[in-house]
Design a protein. Structure first.
Lengths: 262, 811
């Protein structure tokens, strides 16, 4: 059994350069969307089927003065993962390193996970009809490489390693930030949703980024195999078997190994 | 950079001013964040709250074009609070030098000004010399004519109240910055500045940087780890191209372009070789002739002989007093004075100030060649929106080029590191490396010259050109790199360093600064030694850095007069020679390559040595210049407003830089400018880049992922201005200057705030200059708005501060 890994995002070091947002699209070969400027640097405005890591730009102004906060919005890979519990087809799985991913060859696009996630992460990809989200660069991680976003992060806001070591690093960082006067410095994801595999060092209140203090996980138990099979059969009947096969063909992922980057 | 990227981590206080490093040099924040982790203070000074400001400990806004008041106020603060590093200042700078009694300053003008020529007679801007011909000094800094006292008097006017009323920076923020930065005067503390075009692209650009250099000298921050004057270059190899004479006034290695009056090689060398009578001055430029002759030998080879002045007469010469810089090229082009134009790896139709004028000018040519990766706005100027191609006579050729990963060679980064790169993939289609295109051009011209003759035939045919590989169109780029390093022509061996360059024609060197980059030991730029023996991140065995692999220049100022580091925790170099009877008896420096390996200036017993040199070896006086007579405007930077500005100059009655060439008055109808306080254009505008697009966006606006992030031209403005103009966030607006209009999406933000200047409220807006009418993300270019006026020393256009109006809606 592999050791639990984690990605840590330290917003106090993030410059909002969005190298990670592009690296994610590049590694996962996600197509670019046609966008317009909405009066902000942020683009697109929300996560979607082809944007799995979105840097959000928040302008904040209160007693402590003006701040421009950057936040990497992406799947947190919960230990208690609602999406995994509600997935009827068994497409949502946990990797040996603890990351949660959606097997595109099995996903039926039922949107259960889209609705269940309290972080509003999985989205249906318009082209494939399946649910998609960050998979923590499974193909890289399995080969001993770090996720693409972490690799590209110059300022050192993103780091990757054993979850326990990352948590210790986060704790140290929070106490440093406290000393520097960041009164709101805190870890998010150490305990939430059973603990997460992407967690944050924040210098702002989590609710600024839409993070519930303690999210309610829908069910601790995965749907039984029987129920799940049943739902799958019904869903398959509705969508049509041909459709499922087509999803497989259209799958945008190649088997790992062709892209030998690190 | 005097220092280098990694060295930023050694700093105790980082002033990011005139740049926006987090956005435009993202990787630099690896080192900035490391410094912060070690307790450094990060300061961001910018008209607008940027992504750099977001990480800063202190953010201070300032109105564009007011850097000199801001920095002048810091000089006053440093002097008032006695925050100078005294030992450094008295020994290593000219603060102690006595200045000519005739030198004076009154109401914005120094002594010697001629309003007719708009030039200074600098004869009073000089040191008082003793009988031995050496400048008189008072190392106590008390003499009323010493530089220190003159400086104090000069900046006494720059009070926080005055500065704040000009810059619009709230006084408390100003003092916070001054207090934090001036703390680095302590010998074991270092402050660094990270600047870029936000300082240079002003009519007082050079003086902006001078002001900071003076601060760094006063605080003892030059030569030390975590200090320096650090220009963040905007292109991966712009340092390399500058070293190899990107600019008209220099030839490789910062040698001077010959003028018509430099009639002979002897006259030329004499003209540019400084002299000194001070035995403690290394006066490195005293070696000028060794480098110029080695250069001629490199260019003309066997045709460079002692009896023909080593081919000096083959060299093109420029007319005395004439300027050939960017703005002048397009001034002349617009008047139809050029037939042809090579736009190589550049996109002036977007990047050039007053871009409408540039685009018009291109239509006056017979032909133009653009060598680029893409069909840029320059290549497509003849089919730009609103223009009928039938009315344009210019024949345009597009030569596709290989990108950096498609060719082999070196690039030199901001930290002067020449790093060798290998070819990763073949260029697509017909694209070729620049060197092969130039080689083909050379061969074609050579054949034509041989058959048909032509002007400067001899100069052309006598050029040494043996870079071809296997006789074909390929270029052996290693041969070029070796030629740049140079040879001992008596042995045919590569020179080990520029110390071996000779003025008698027995050595060659294409660029003396790069001598030692490719030696008999191999290609130094290709080294990849990843071990840091210095402890301060010099990584001296990784690639190679000019000069002679010295990672921090002026590093002999990082030690005291006995050779001990001012900061023992971050020693750049230290003297480890043996001591006998209180005297140093052997020479040994450890650490970085020292700026000259002489003994320290003082022995351990306190006696002064005579066989030593002062640390600032490039200056004839051997010390850093707080009083700098070399610049056009004066020895101390003084505040003048930008050409286009919404306020009278509150510091003196010279509204505008008194020595800048008034291109706006040279009769070119395309040089349109706003008046001071022009009611038609009441808003200050500045230009900048964004992380997501690079330069004019020629590359990045063709990459869909980057286009997704930054799809459209925008203008950032304060809520107050938006309210006044009834503009909503995300709405399309027009930004209008006397020269053009740019349509943009309004980003209404608290990151811009109105400035309180004098009694007035002044608004500023900002626009990115990465857009154009080609590529996937199209938008109006910011440079359609910018003025054709330049810095008095460099003629770099003032694109960081000009006047506009913002109007709701677009046409």
């Amino acid at each position: 059994m592999a050791i639990d890994k984690a990605i840590m995002y330290d917003m106090s070091k993030c410059t909002g350069c969005r190298g990670c947002q592009v690296a994610c699209m590049q590694w996962n070969q996600l197509p670019a969307e046609k966008t317009i400027n909405h009066g902000t640097y942020q683009n697109p405005m929300e996560l979607d089927g082809t944007t799995w890591n979105l840097i959000e730009f928040k302008e904040l102004n209160d007693r402590e003065g003006f701040r421009w906060a950057f936040f990497s919005h992406r799947c947190m890979h919960c230990m208690d993962a609602s999406c995994l519990y509600v997935c009827p087809s068994g497409a949502i799985k946990r990797s040996p390193h603890g990351f949660v991913y959606i097997d595109q060859t099995i996903c039926i696009g039922c949107k259960n996970c889209v609705m269940a996630c309290h972080y509003h992460i999985p989205k249906v990809n318009k082209d494939t009809g399946t649910a998609m989200k960050c998979r923590a660069c499974l193909d890289r991680v399995e080969e001993g490489m770090v996720p693409a976003c972490v690799k590209t992060c110059g300022p050192g806001a993103l780091s990757y390693g054993n979850r326990a070591a990352m948590l210790a690093k986060a704790k140290k960082r929070v106490s440093e930030l406290y000393e520097k006067g960041y009164n709101r410095a805190q870890i998010y994801g150490d305990t939430q949703a059973g603990g997460t595999h992407v967690f944050y060092v924040l210098t702002e209140d989590p609710k600024v980024f839409g993070l519930p203090r303690q999210p309610r996980v829908v069910s601790k138990r995965p749907i039984s195999i029987l129920t799940s099979s049943l739902i799958t059969i019904i869903a398959a009947a509705i969508i049509g078997l041909a459709g499922i096969l087509k999803f497989r063909e259209r799958g945008i992922y190649r088997k790992g190994g062709e892209n030998d980057g690190s | 950079m005097t220092n280098h990227w990694i060295d930023i981590r050694n700093s105790n206080c980082i002033l990011v001013m005139g740049s926006n490093a987090a956005e435009n040099h993202p990787i630099s924040f690896k080192w900035v964040n490391m410094a912060k982790d070690n307790g450094a203070t990060l300061i961001s000074v910018d008209p607008r709250y940027t992504r750099t400001s977001a990480l800063a400990d202190i953010y201070a806004p300032l109105r564009s074009g007011t850097d000199i008041p801001f920095l002048g106020g810091m000089i006053k603060y440093i002097l008032d609070h006695n925050r100078i590093q005294f030992g450094y200042v008295s020994e290593y700078t000219n603060a102690s030098f006595l200045i000519d009694e005739r030198f004076d300053f009154h109401d914005g003008l120094f002594s010697g000004y001629n309003p007719k020529t708009r030039k200074y007679d600098k004869s009073s801007w000089k040191y008082q010399l003793g009988k031995n011909g050496i400048a008189k000094r008072d190392k106590t800094l008390k003499h009323p004519r010493c530089v220190y006292q003159l400086l104090k008097k000069f900046y006494a006017r720059y009070t926080p109240e005055k500065v704040s009323s000009i810059t619009g920076t709230p006084k408390d923020k100003l003092l916070k910055v001054y207090e934090a930065y001036s703390q680095t005067y302590k010998p074991d503390k270092a402050g660094t500045c990270m600047y870029a075009m936000g300082w240079t692209q002003h009519t007082v650009g050079t003086q902006n940087i001078r002001a900071m250099a003076m601060i760094q000298l006063l605080l003892g921050n030059i030569g030390v780890a975590g200090g320096g004057i650090n220009a963040l270059r905007g292109e991966s190899n712009v340092q390399g191209s500058t070293d190899h004479c990107l600019l008209w006034h220099i030839i490789p290695g910062y040698l001077k372009t010959p003028r018509a009056s430099d009639e002979t090689l002897e006259k030329y060398n004499k003209h540019y070789t400084p002299t000194t009578k001070d035995p403690l001055s290394a006066n490195w430029w005293g070696n000028y002739a060794k480098y110029s002759v080695s250069y001629l030998k490199s260019i003309y080879g066997k045709a460079a002989r002692p009896d023909n002045e080593f081919g000096y007469q083959y060299m093109p010469k420029v007319d005395d007093g004439k300027n050939y810089s960017w703005l002048m090229i397009f001034d002349e082009m617009s008047r139809g004075k050029f037939k042809g134009f090579l736009a190589w790896g550049q996109n002036p139709a977007c990047s050039g100030a007053n871009a409408n004028m540039v685009r018009e000018s291109l239509g006056k040519l017979d032909w133009m060649v653009t060598a680029n990766l893409w069909e840029t706005e320059t290549a497509a100027f003849w089919k730009r929106p609103g223009v009928d191609p039938k009315g344009i006579k210019t024949e345009v050729f597009l030569l596709p080029c290989a990108a950096s990963m498609e060719k082999e060679g070196s690039i030199t980064n901001s930290g002067r590191w020449s790093q060798w790169r290998y070819k990763a993939v073949d260029p697509p289609g017909e694209a070729k490396p620049d060197s092969e295109i130039i080689h083909a051009l050379y061969k074609r011209l050579k054949t034509m010259y041989e058959k048909e003759g032509g002007p400067v035939k001899e100069a052309f045919l006598n050029m040494k050109w043996d870079y071809g590989a296997r006789g074909g169109s390929l270029v052996d780029i290693h041969k070029v790199a070796k030629e740049i390093n140079g040879y001992d022509l008596t042995t045919g061996k590569l020179l080990p360093s520029f110390g071996k360059c000779k003025a008698d024609g027995t050595t060659s060197s294409g660029n003396w600064l790069y001598c030692a980059s490719y030696t008999e030991k191999g290609n130094m730029a290709a080294r990849r030694g990843a071990i840091d023996r210095s402890g301060i991140g010099l990584y001296s065995e990784w690639s190679w850095c000019w000069p002679v692999n010295r990672r921090i220049i002026y590093n002999r100022a990082s030690v005291d007069t006995m050779g001990k580091p001012w900061n023992p925790k971050h020693p750049v170099i230290q003297f480890k020679g043996l001591v006998k009877d209180g005297k140093y008896v052997t020479k040994k420096w450890v650490g970085d390559v020292p700026d000259g390996g002489w003994y320290p200036m003082q022995n351990p017993d306190g006696s002064w040595r005579k066989d030593t040199k002062r640390p600032f070896i490039m200056k004839p006086e051997g010390v850093g210049r707080i009083f700098g007579a070399g610049r056009a405007e004066g020895p101390f930077p003084e505040h003048y407003e930008p050409l286009e500005c919404p306020t009278p100059n509150l510091m003196n009655s010279q509204q505008f830089n008194p020595v800048t060439a008034r291109l706006d008055k040279n009769g070119n109808p395309l040089f349109k400018t706003a008046k001071v306080c022009d009611p038609r254009f009441p808003i200050v505008c500045t230009t900048y880049r964004v992380s997501e697009h690079w330069q004019t966006g020629a590359m990045t606006r063709n990459i869909p992922w980057l286009v997704e992030l930054m799809p459209q031209m925008f203008v950032e403005m304060s809520r107050e201005l938006a309210e006044q103009k009834e503009i909503k966030n995300g709405e399309w607006v027009s930004v209008v200057s006397p020269r053009g209009t740019a349509r943009a999406v309004a980003i209404v933000t608290e990151r811009f705030k109105p400035f309180k200047v004098g009694d007035a409220t002044i608004h500023e807006v900002g626009i990115p200059w990465c857009f154009g009418f080609m590529g996937l993300a199209k938008g109006d270019s910011a440079n359609l708005l910018t003025p054709s006026i330049g810095d008095a020393n460099t003629m770099i256009p003032e694109t960081k501060a000009f006047l506009v109006d913002v109007r709701k809606g677009v046409k």
